[in-house]
Each structure stands twice: as structure tokens, then as C-alpha cells.
Design a protein around this ligand. Structure first.
Ligand code: ZN
Length: 630
């Protein structure tokens, strides 16, 4: 276990950076940076491997207008021939300050009414130096009247929140480059900051910006649930590793979706109406709890290969089934304990996730650990045949794995212990701290699990993670008192999401029947490897033009699947592939199939025990909703 110093120890003058977001509505950010320097060659760099992205997403390609000056006079620079993130300059004798100007062309997390600043967009600092040892003093300019949300401490407003929007420059306390990169800012015209769970220390806030004036004024019921989340996390983890915590939330159809963890905050982005009512909230219900959990699992405790003292060195994906997978499990459990979703919705979503994994033929050739190691090449990849390739399965596989471990601990200890006890040990090492990174190895995981209950945890984990397992780990669901079955109607949560068009673009779900993901326009997004549609030679990217002699409509395909049940007549399709048209016959007769969890009668409902609140929840009645049109 390595405990890393929280702050720069080197007694150096800080870099001074002024981030200018006044051009944010035009999707341009600017920075003025003053760097303390001494004579000789100097290599400066922008970040490459961004923590939490699990791949090299530093925006060097969007950084432009880079001009270095000394006393107002430009000096020459040259990019490094190998590391394209580095800029070389030579500092003349007697010079102690180098000024740099740079702009960043911003493509996401910005709209006409709001902006998110992830500082890597504007950072420039000495290369080949541990980033936690580089002190930096950040300041920020935003458009007049825009509010500011961040976990950074403002120095000119006695450190209080919300930060008054003076329309001038807000100066923040000196920090280091590692912490600054981890401390984003949201700003917007329609800004609200709400204090959460007042009895819990340290303080928690949710800062919200939106494109429409009313959206950022969150519903009282949702605020109560987020306060419940703060109390539930406090009860579950028994420690914290921040001095203040800010949920930063954008509500915009323009600025895009996001979920990025930080030690003292999280950057969360959903659609304009993402939290406007319980049905819109359902697909986003674990977003805040997932990113919040990362403050403990991922930011504070980090797999040793996923931490590097600079942002230039590759981060290794091994153990992401803990970093992301355990967070996936805990985020969903906390969402249910907080009321962000109901216990029934928790089970519905678990059924959908487990079915997806259990019908993923790629698991016949690729282990879960390999999906973690290959995270940086799987993220954002081509979705075609993704079930044969596998995606970032370490999230959902991890969820099933840690549910298996939790239910096993409960079973072996007669419900005296649970994974909650493990979290207090593993995530609470060192007690309460400010933002820190403490790395761990596989062996430490095993030791900590053994502190809760003695078992061959190394074999348990290796079997599930490193081995080829053609079927998903459904043991946790069964130890939880349920089993995964398929019915001819979707569960309530899937129906809610389908009705609101928030899932699969209004297409038809026939993944577990004929093995197609298909849009409302007939475009085939993916084909299940070895499924009936694959056997009929269909492929992702093709378009279904007709079903049983009629022009394609989603309902026609559903009717055809139902109609073929118990018959010997195949489903007839006409399919367009680029400029060719052909016919295909799907020989499938088992009707529609949708995953649900069904109670295993006569066994304890441990799953529902797990998702019960540990604290007394705050409840606010929702206003009745009109109609059923969402
Ligand atoms: Zn995550």
C-alpha cells in the first residue's frame, strides 16, 4: 500500500492560471498562464491520460493559439518529436517568469447557457515532474451573471458556497496540478446550489446548471433522495476522503451526457429533462450514487496500475472490475437505499443487466479481466458485433461478482456480516482524510475480504474474473432469493423506459428472441452472435425494409415474432445492405423474451434486505403527474 502525499511539498512559487470562460457560448476557452522558470531548456506539457477516463483523452488536438512570451515578447517553441503533448522552449538567463497563452476548442460539456471546465483543457506545466509536486493558483472568469459550482476553495469569499458571481475574476486557493485536474467547475446562467443532508459533515452540495431556466431548480423529492444518498453513503462507508463534496450536474440536450468521478466532486451530465420526473430519472437513477461512490472507490483507493504520478504515463486497466465493477454494484445499491429508484426497479434493472451478460457470446473467448485490461481500446469503439467482441463488461460483470460476494458473506456469517463490513475496512483505511490516493493490489483485496470472513477469496475472484466463463455469474441473484427468467412481456422498468423513448431510440427489443437490436427506422444496430438473426445471415448496419410482406414498422416485427410462436413458418424479411436488397428467413418459434427476476419461493429475499435503507429516509411526496405521455 502506497500512501501518496496530498499536496505539493516542494517550496516553489505556484504556477498562476487564469481560465477565461467568457467565450464559452462560442465553445472557446482561453487561458493565461504564468510559470515560474529558471534559465535553460524547459519542457512543458498538457495532460494525456486523464484519470477516470481510462484512456488517453487529453485534448491536445483541440489546444490552439499557443504563444509563449517573456516580458511581452514572443519566444520560439518546438513540439516534442515523440511526445506530441510536450512543448520545448529555452529560457534566457535572468528570466524567472514565462507567460503562456492558449485556447481550447471545446466540443462537449458546453452550451449557450452553461459550461463545464475540466482543467486539462487549459493546463500547461513542467513535464517529467510528479503533478502533485507542482503548486498552482487557479483563477476563473465566467460570463457576467453566471453562477459557479466547484469543490475548489474560493479565497476571496471566505471559502463559502455558493461562490458569489461578481462578474470579475474568482480566485481559488493554491492547490497542485494533480488536485486541480481533479476539481472541475460548472458555470451557467441558470444556476442553483442546494446544501444536502445538513446533519452530515463535511458539507455536501449539489450545483446545477441547465439550458432552460426552470430545470436547474430541482424537484424537492429528488433533492430529498440525494440527501438520503449522502446519509446512506455515510452509513455504508463510515469514512470520507474529501473536505467538501459537490455533485456538479448539467441538464442539457446540447452539452451531452457525462459521469466523471473526482475526489471532492463529480461531473454529471444528463438531458434537459433527465431528472424532471421519476420516469425520466429511472435510466439516470444510479448516476449520482455511482460517481459519489468513486470518491472512495477509484479516487481514494486506486488499483496500483491505475495511478501514475504524472498524466503522461499509460494507466493500466487491470482491476477495473473493482474500480468500476464494485462501484457499479454499490452505486445501484445506494440508489435503491436512497429512493433514487425503488427496490423493484433495482431488481428490474439487475435482470436486464444480468441477461445482457448471460447472452454475450464474446465471453466464450475473452475473460472479464481482459475487458478491463483492454478498457482503453474498448471504450467508445465500434458497436457492431459488440456482443461477440465484448465491451466494457467489467462494470456489469463486477456488479454481479460483488453481489455474489455480498450474498455469500451474508450466507456464511448468518447475516451477521456483509460487504458493507468489507467497504468499511477497504475504503476506510486511514480513517477520515482529505483528498488522497491510496493504491492497492489484488492481494490487499483478498486480505481485507478475509478480515470479514475467512474464505478462499483469491480463488473466488480468479475463477470469476480471469477464467473464460461462457455464462454470467448469476449466483448472487440466486443467493439473493431470486432467479433470472424470461417472460413474453418486459418488466415495468423496461416498459417505462421504452415508452418514454429513452431506450433504443424507440426501436423493438428482440435481443433475447430473434437476436436483433433494431431502431424504429429498421436499422440494425447489432446482431446476437449465433442467434436466429445471425443464422439468417443478417448483419449490423443493414436495414430491414419489410416484415412478412409489409413495409417495416416496429410493431409489425413484434407481431411477427409473436405470430411465429409454436409454428414452423419462418419470419420473412426484406433487408437492404448498402445498395443491395435481399430476403432473409428467421427460423424462430419461441415468441418474445424479456428478462425479469422471479422470486425463489421458500428462500430469504436477501436482495431486498441489501437494498433497504440503513438510515431513516427523507420523503417528499411527488406532485401528481398528468397523463401518461412521457
Ligand atoms: Zn465509474
Amino acid at each position: 500500500m502506497t500512501i501518496l502525499a496530498p499536496a505539493g511539498r516542494a517550496q516553489k512559487a505556484p504556477i498562476e492560471i487564469v481560465a477565461d470562460l467568457t467565450d464559452a457560448p462560442r465553445k472557446l476557452y482561453h487561458a493565461e498562464v504564468d510559470l515560474p522558470v529558471s534559465a535553460g531548456p524547459l519542457a512543458l506539457t498538457t495532460p494525456k491520460w486523464i484519470p477516470g477516463n481510462h484512456r488517453p483523452t487529453g485534448p491536445v488536438d483541440d489546444i490552439t493559439g499557443v504563444v509563449f512570451t517573456i516580458d511581452g515578447k514572443p519566444i520560439a517553441w518546438r513540439r516534442d518529436d515523440v511526445d506530441l503533448y510536450e512543448f520545448h522552449v529555452t529560457i534566457p538567463k535572468g528570466v524567472t517568469t514565462l507567460h503562456a497563452h492558449l485556447d481550447c476548442i471545446v466540443t462537449a460539456r458546453v452550451s449557450h447557457k452553461m459550461a463545464v471546465l475540466e482543467w486539462e483543457k487549459l493546463l500547461l506545466y513542467p513535464a517529467h515532474t510528479p503533478v502533485r509536486d507542482i503548486p498552482i493558483q487557479p483563477s476563473l472568469k465566467v460570463p457576467s451573471g453566471w453562477g459557479i459550482g466547484t469543490a475548489l476553495s474560493p479565497v476571496n469569499t471566505s471559502g463559502s458556497y455558493p461562490i458569489p458571481s461578481a462578474g470579475s475574476t474568482t480566485q481559488f486557493a493554491v492547490t497542485n496540478v494533480e488536485q486541480l485536474e481533479d476539481s472541475p467547475v460548472i458555470t451557467g446562467e441558470y444556476f442553483h446550489e442546494f446544501a444536502l443532508a445538513p446533519t452530515i459533515t463535511p458539507k455536501h452540495y449539489i450545483d446545477v446548471v441547465s439550458d432552460e431556466p426552470s430545470d436547474s431548480n430541482l424537484r424537492p423529492a429528488m433533492l430529498a433522495e440525494v440527501s438520503n444518498l449522502v446519509r446512506e453513503a455515510d452509513a455504508l462507508y463510515g469514512s470520507h476522503h474529501y473536505n467538501v463534496y459537490h455533485f456538479l450536474l448539467t441538464l442539457s440536450d446540447v452539452a451531452g451526457g457525462e459521469g466523471l468521478e473526482h475526489g471532492q466532486s463529480s461531473d454529471n451530465g444528463v438531458g434537459e429533462k433527465g431528472f424532471s420526473d421519476p420516469s425520466h430519472q429511472l435510466p439516470e437513477s444510479d448516476l449520482l450514487s455511482h460517481e459519489f461512490t468513486h470518491s472512495w472507490n477509484g479516487k481514494y483507493r486506486r488499483p496500483v496500475g491505475l495511478y501514475e504520478p504524472d498524466f503522461a504515463t499509460i494507466q493500466e486497466g487491470a482491476l477495473l472490475w473493482v474500480y468500476e465493477g464494485m462501484t457499479q454494484y454499490l452505486g445501484n445499491v445506494l440508489a435503491a437505499r436512497s429512493g433514487l429508484k425503488s427496490q423493484a426497479q433495482y431488481r428490474d434493472m439487475l435482470a436486464m443487466s444480468a441477461a445482457g451478460l448471460d447472452n454475450r457470446p464474446g465471453r466464450e473467448w475473452r475473460s472479464t479481466e481482459d475487458t478491463a485490461e483492454a478498457a482503453s481500446i474498448l471504450r467508445g469503439g465500434n458497436p457492431a458485433w459488440s456482443n461477440w467482441k465484448r465491451g466494457q463488461d467489467y462494470y456489469q460483470e463486477g456488479e454481479l461478482l460483488w453481489l455474489d460476494a455480498d450474498t455469500l458473506i451474508r450466507k456464511m456469517t448468518n447475516n451477521k456480516k456483509s460487504l458493507d463490513d468489507f467497504e468499511k475496512i477497504f475504503l476506510g483505511k486511514g480513517g477520515n482524510t482529505g483528498p488522497l490516493i491510496v493504491t492497492y493490489t489484488f492481494d490487499e483485496l483478498v486480505q481485507d475480504l478475509n478480515q470479514v470472513v475467512a474464505y478462499d477469496w483469491a480463488t473466488f475472484l480468479h475463477d470469476r474474473v480471469d477464467k473464460i466463463n461462457p455464462r454470467a455469474d448469476l449466483a448472487g441473484i440466486e443467493q439473493g432469493g431470486y432467479k433470472l427468467v424470461y417472460k413474453d412481456e418486459p418488466n415495468d422498468s423496461e416498459r417505462t423506459m421504452a415508452r418514454s423513448g429513452m431506450r433504443r431510440g424507440g426501436g423493438v427489443d428482440c435481443w433475447y428472441s430473434i437476436g436483433l437490436r433494431i431502431g424504429a427506422d429498421g436499422n440494425i444496430a447489432d446482431v446476437r452472435w449465433n442467434g436466429p438473426a445471425d443464422k439468417a445471415r443478417l448483419a449490423p448496419g443493414e436495414k430491414v425494409l419489410a416484415v412478412n410482406g409489409q413495409v417495416f414498422m416496429p410493431e409489425l416485427l413484434r407481431d411477427a415474432i409473436k405470430g411465429a410462436k409454436g409454428t414452423t413458418e419462418p419470419i420473412h424479411l426484406i433487408v437492404q445492405s448498402d445498395t443491395y436488397v435481399s430476403s432473409a428467413e428467421i427460423d424462430y418459434h419461441d415468441g418474445e423474451r424479456f428478462p425479469v427476476l422471479e422470486r425463489l419461493e421458500g428462500t430469504p429475499a436477501t436482495l431486498d434486505e441489501i437494498t433497504k435503507p440503513l438510515t431513516t429516509p427523507e420523503k417528499v411526496a411527488e406532485k401528481p403527474q398528468h397523463g401518461d405521455d412521457y
